[in-house]
Ligand binder design. Sequence first.
Ligand code: ATP
Length: 283
Amino acid sequence: MSLQSQRRDDHAGKRQKDNKKAHDNCDAIKRVRRDYDEGMDELPGGARRIAFFGGSFDPPHFGHLAVAHAARSALGLDAVLFAPVGAQPLKPHGSIAGFDDRVAMTRLAIAGEPALAISLADAPDASGKPNFTLETLLRVRARLPFDGRLFCLMGADSFLTLRRWHRAEEVPFAAPMIVASRPASSSSGRRPEDLKASLPAGLKLEPAPDPALPQSEFEVRAYCLHNAAGESAPFYLLPGLHIEISATEIREQIRAASGSAGASQRVLPAAVAEYIRSHGLYR
Ligand code: ATP
């Protein structure tokens, strides 16, 4: 066989493999969507006050768990739904690990924590469209029990990008926001002035103490958000969290340690570190 026809065969073989991979991926996405549509949110029975906690979880770390626990305690939540995102619109280069791996790692990170659950509501869209938080929140909210209450939990760095979100001014009214301070976002995200500067135009924030909140070791500040249409929504800030952990740093550490997740044990649940090692992620 000539070199040219050998190359042609190699190319055809690769194209066939790529097509099969794309086809399998598409099937996997459809399966996840179908699972979600069939009600496979793993919400603990009887949960009424629920926070949606979306993110890349690439990988999930102790920072995520600490934020979820603080929010649960401070807001008296019954459950926090960890929702790995398919395609984050503000991260055009996407995640490093695939969706299935991020879901598997998140499942391991929250294992044994009955109030923490997985949601596949933000699974990749088969059309390739990015996942918009507003649409996801509305979908999750529609599935709650009639007396269920949905909140949207995030770190200050995410909140500070709110103005760039799809239909940003509607998001805090779809599910009241709980914003946890984060050291990497400097002083921002802890003071009301910083919060106001990140709000979409037309929204106004004013302090509104919430006497229904439980006693908690975590400080919480309660506000009320108003829009031009006269709607209002609660808004909460958890200003006392200073957790110096980021997924970006963890990935860099793993790469620098030639793939060993050992260096990250301090910031990662052991089962997540082991998953990363055994699947060769982030090398
Ligand atoms: P990356 O470094 O890859 O951007 P990340 O550590 O910020 O990742 P994500 O999975 O995108 O993690 O975060 C999900 C949510 O958790 C976001 O709202 C983010 O702000 C919040 N979050 C993550 N780490 C912390 C932390 N240390 N303190 C407070 N919030 C955090």
